[in-house]
Design a protein around this ligand. Structure first.
Ligand SMILES: NC(=O)c1ccc[n+]([C@@H]2O[C@H](COP(=O)([O-])OP(=O)(O)OC[C@H]3O[C@@H](n4cnc5c(N)ncnc54)[C@H](OP(=O)(O)O)[C@@H]3O)[C@@H](O)[C@H]2O)c1
Length: 285
């Protein structure tokens, strides 16, 4: 049994991971931002050394994608420098580190799924800061660092597209949803499970793509949410993303390939529709 330390403990992924670890009877130290602010390098070193974990999962991050455009330095302090401090603390105590990252490290110009070793080229500030975090982990922990790129995450805790659309279904007769961005909706519960599976087998370190299989546009995802709620999916209308300009550009195509799981001895994560159906997020939301 491992001793786990989870940062960003009040976040969406952390909620699923902590639930899973506690259900398994694992030894878990859960640290919220109040307990450990990643921007405080000395605290990061001292707190990690004080707990002496075997595994550190960094669920802490600046995740406000649009705000990062005007606050890149602040986002980098968490997603880049903070991650480096945590990686160095892990190195000091010999802990394995899991660093969630994002599909937004890619520019979205591909026409087939991005393999794990595809060149990165973020198109927004959030992506640049997350890429800095990836590099910090890979450089500091070449033997014990794992970068798990995920995308379009939803879960029972925290705001996300799935809960937003479910809420709008109750109040709006019709919804316009963009159909020209493709990605992989991923249940945070499945990502949590994958993290536990990965730690169980500790495959080659490095970058893995931890998204559900298949692909969807936001429009298709919204239709699926309506269908699962028993609502008429025809109430969702497809529109171009130019009709919803946002501060941070998004990659048009950020479907990730999963080949490295096979080498690691794990199947790719399940199809996004199956995950959405069994996530119970729509029931609890
Ligand atoms: N959500 C997505 O669609 C998505 C997509 C791709 C990748 N990811 C990645 O997946 C991971 C988990 O995302 P999530 O959606 O679970 O995020 P989340 O719900 O926004 O949670 C992030 C947590 O980090 C904490 N935090 C922020 N700044 C901090 C700091 N300086 N020190 C310590 N903690 C800090 C926040 O604390 P407060 O609660 O106090 O604010 C929050 O609890 C992140 O690495 C994210 O980049 C997410």
């Amino acid at each position: 049994m491992s001793r786990w330390l989870v940062t960003g403990a009040s976040g969406m992924l952390a909620a699923e991971l902590l639930g899973l670890l506690r259900a398994r009877g694992e030894s878990v130290i859960a640290l919220t931002r109040d307990d450990l602010d990643l921007r405080d390098g000395r605290a990061v070193r001292d707190v990690v050394a004080g707990h002496g974990p075997d595994v550190v999962v960094n669920c802490a991050a600046w995740t406000a994608v649009d705000d990062a455009e005007t606050h890149e330095r602040e986002a980098l302090a968490v997603n880049g420098h903070g991650v480096r401090a945590l990686a160095e603390a892990c190195k000091h105590v010999g802990a394995l580190m899991i660093q969630p990252s994002t599909d937004y490290v890619f520019d979205g110009t591909a026409v087939e799924p991005y393999p794990e070793d595809a060149p990165t080229c973020p198109v927004n500030a959030y992506g640049r800061t997350k890429l800095a975090g990836e590099r910090a982990v890979l450089e500091t922990l070449p033997e014990t660092g794992y970068v798990l790129r995920t995308a379009w995450l939803y879960g029972a805790a925290g705001g996300n597209f799935v809960s937003t659309i479910a809420g709008l279904e109750r109040t709006r007769p019709a919804l316009d949803v963009v159909d020209d961005q493709l990605g992989q909706p991923t249940w945070a519960g499945d990502l949590a499970t994958r993290i536990v599976e990965l730690v169980g087998i500790t495959p080659e370190p490095g970058v893995y793509h931890a998204t559900c299989s298949g692909q969807a546009s936001w429009y298709e995802l919204a239709r699926e949410i309506f269908t699962l709620l028993g609502a008429d999916p025809e109430r969702i209308r497809p529109v171009s993303s130019t009709e919803f300009p946002r501060p941070a550009p998004r990659p048009a195509y950020s479907v990730l390939g999963h080949d490295r799981w096979t080498t690691a001895g794990l199947p790719p994560m399940r199809d996004w529709r199956e995950a959405l159906r069994s996530s119970k997020v729509l029931i609890s939301g």
